[in-house]
Design a protein around this ligand. Structure first.
Ligand code: FAD
Length: 475
C-alpha cells in the first residue's frame, strides 16, 4: 500500500517479528539513539528462536580464548564454505563470521544474555567448539533475556499485532499496516522497516515451490513462519537467494517430537530403517541426513548404548528428559532389541556386527562412515524411534552487509532491511546438506544486529548525528 497514507504514529525504526532477529535489531537500533517499536503477530514469543537450543557461533570470542581455543573468522568462514559449497550469498559468509565474536560478546555485555561456550560436544560442521548457548541450552532462555533487555530500554513490543502490508512512499518503504487481535488497524510510519518475520517453512505452497525435497517432511518449526517477508519483498522488486536451502533434522523422537541430539551419533550411535539395516553415513549431520532418512523405509530408530545415553544425558538435559519419559527402549543384546523395535533379528544383528567392525577399524564402512566416537556399541543397547522433520528455510531476500534489502536491479529497496529467516542464509543453494549448526541464529541475531545498527544509524544521520556517507557503503 502506498503514497498518501496517513500514519497513526511515526517512529524511526519499525521491527516486524519478535524472535531473535527482531529483538536484537530493536536493541541495536535503540542503542544508536533511534525510536523503535516491535510488532509481533503471536500472542506470546513463540518463534523459532524460542524453539531452538539457542546456540550462537562466535569465532575468536573471549570465551574461546579463556578456554584455550584458537579460532578466527577466517577459520569459521572456511568451515562454512566447506559444508555449504557455492551459493548466492558468499559475501555474507565473511561478514557474519567476521562479526560473530563481537555479536556474542555484545549479547552478554550489552543485552545481558546468559551464555557460555559449549565445550561438552562438537557441533556439526565446526572445526573447533565455537557455539555459545544459554546454560540450559534453551532458546526460550535466550528470548526471555532479550525480551527483558527490550523492556528495560522501554522499547514498545506489541504482541498479537500482525503486520499485514508494507507502506511505501516514492518507492521507499516507510511503514506498515498492522492489525491487532481485536481487528483494530494501525498505520505505523517509520524511517526504516526491519523484516524479522522468519522464513516460509510453515507455508506449504512456498515450501512445495522452493524446497520440494522437504515438502514430505513433518514441520517442526514455529507456526508463524508463513513467508510474508518473501511475498512482500518480491512484490517490491527484491532479489532473492538460496531459496531451495533449508534446515531439516533427521532425528525427532516419535511420537513425542523431542529432538534427539546428534551427539548420540557423534558418540557412536547409528540409524536403522524398518528392515533393521543402515542406509547412509550418519555423520553427514542431522540436516543432511534428513534426505536419505525421508527416502528410507520407516520406522527409523537411532541405536546406541547405555554408555552413550549416560554421557549425552550428562551434558544435555533435554536428552535426559527424553530418556526419563520413556523415549529410549532398552535391551541386553541385539536380538532382544530387534524384537523391541520390530525389525528382523538377523538383519539387525548383521547391521550391528558390521557397524562394530567398522568402529573397531577392522572393516571399511559400506557407507563411508569414519568416525565412531566411543567405538563399537556394547550391551546394554538402547533405541529411540525417530523421524525426519523440516525446521526452517534458509533462503530469502538478498541483503547487503548492513542487512539492507537488495533489488533485482542491483540497487537497494530504500528503507527496507531483513534478517534471520526473512533474509538469504548462508547454508548453500538448495537442500539440507549445507546447514552448519548455528547458521540459523547467526543469520537471525547477526543480521538483526547489523540491520538495527544501520537503521539506527540512518535515523541518527537524518537527525544530523552521523555522517550521511555511511549510508552509501555496501560493506
Ligand atoms: C527446533 C529447532 C531448533 C533449532 N536450533 C538452532 C540452534 O541451536 N542454533 C541455530 O543457529 N539455529 C537453530 N534453529 C534455527 C533458528 O531457530 C532460526 O533460524 C532462528 O531462530 C530464526 O530467527 P528469526 O528471528 O528469523 O525467526 P523467529 O524466531 O521465528 O521469529 C520470527 C517472529 O516473527 C513473527 N512474525 C511472522 N510474521 C509476522 C507478521 N506478519 N507480523 C508480525 N510478526 C510476525 C513470528 O510470529 C515470530 O515470532 C533451530 C530451529 C528449530 C525449529
Amino acid at each position: 500500500m502506498g503514497d498518501n497514507v496517513e500514519f497513526d504514529t511515526e517512529i524511526d525504526v519499525l521491527v516486524i517479528g519478535a524472535g531473535g532477529c527482531g529483538l536484537v535489531a530493536a536493541l541495536a537500533a535503540a542503542e544508536r539513539g533511534a525510536t523503535v517499536a516491535v510488532v509481533e503477530k503471536a500472542p506470546r514469543l513463540q518463534g523459532n528462536t524460542a524453539l531452538s537450543s539457542g546456540s550462537v557461533p562466535g569465532a575468536g570470542s573471549r570465551f574461546q580464548r579463556a578456554a584455550g581455543i584458537a579460532d578466527s573468522p577466517a577459520r569459521y568462514a572456511a568451515d562454512l564454505r566447506r559444508i555449504a559449497g557455492p551459493h548466492d550469498a558468499d559475501a555474507l559468509v565473511d561478514r557474519l563470521a567476521g562479526i560473530s565474536a563481537e555479536l556474542v560478546e555484545w549479547l552478554v555485555d550489552s543485552a545481558g544474555v546468559a551464555m557460555t561456550l559449549v565445550e561438552t560436544y562438537r557441533h556439526v560442521g565446526h572445526g573447533v567448539p565455537r557455539l555459545h548457548a544459554p546454560p540450559a541450552r534453551r532458546g526460550a532462555d535466550l528470548v526471555a533475556d532479550l525480551e527483558r533487555a527490550v523492556a528495560a530500554r522501554d522499547i514498545p513490543l506489541a504482541l498479537g499485532q500482525e503486520a499485514r502490508a508494507l507502506i511505501t512512499r516514492d518507492g521507499a518503504v516507510r511503514g506498515a499496516l498492522t492489525v491487532d487481535a481485536e481487528g483494530r488497524e494501525a498505520r505505523i510510519g517509520a524511517g526504516a522497516v526491519i523484516l524479522a518475520s522468519n522464513g516460509f517453512a510453515a507455508a506449504r505452497d512456498l515450501v512445495a515451490a522452493h524446497c520440494p525435497q522437504a515438502a514430505r517432511a513433518r514441520y517442526a518449526g514455529a507456526p508463524g513462519s508463513t513467508g510474508e517477508a518473501l511475498r512482500w519483498g518480491t512484490a517490491l522488486g527484491a532479489a532473492t537467494g538460496n531459496l531451495g536451502a533449508y534446515q531439516a533434522h533427521a532425528g525427532l523422537a516419535e511420537p513425542s517430537g523431542a529432538l534427539v541430539t546428534w551427539t548420540v551419533v557423534e558418540r557412536g550411535g547409528f540409524i536403522v530403517d524398518g528392515n533393521g539395516a543402515r542406509f547412509a553415513d550418519e555423520t553427514l549431520g542431522y540436516s543432511a541426513f534428513a534426505a536419505p532418512a525421508l527416502a528410507a523405509a520407516p520406522p527409523l530408530h537411532m541405536i546406541y548404548d547405555a554408555r552413550i545415553a549416560d554421557d549425552v544425558a550428562a551434558g544435555q538435559p533435554e536428552f535426559a528428559e527424553l530418556a526419563a519419559a520413556g523415549g529410549a527402549l532398552a535391551a541386553d543384546d541385539a536380538a532382544a532389541l530387534a524384537a523391541r523395535i520390530g525389525v528382523p533379528a538377523e538383519t539387525f544383528a548383521a547391521t550391528c556386527r558390521a557397524a562394530a567392525d567398522a568402529a573397531e577399524g577392522g572393516a571399511t564402512d559400506t557407507f563411508g562412515r569414519r568416525q565412531w566416537g566411543l567405538g563399537a556399541l556394547r550391551p546394554a543397547l538402547r533405541a529411540t524411534r525417530i523421524a525426519p522433520a523440516l525446521f526452517h528455510t534458509q533462503g530469502g531476500l538478498m541483503v547487503d552487509g548492513d542487512a539492507r534489502v537488495l533489488a533485482r536491479d542491483g540497487t537497494w529497496i530504500r528503507g527496507l532491511y531483513a534478517g534471520g529467516g526473512a533474509a538469504v542464509g548462508i547454508s548453500g543453494l538448495s537442500g539440507g546438506t549445507g546447514y552448519v549448526s548455528g547458521n540459523g541464529l547467526l543469520a537471525a541475531l547477526g543480521l538483526g544486529y547489523l540491520a538495527g545498527r544501520a537503521a539506527g544509524r540512518q535515523a541518527g544521520a537524518e537527525a544530523g548525528d552521523a555522517p550521511a556517507t555511511e549510508l552509501q557503503t555496501q560493506s
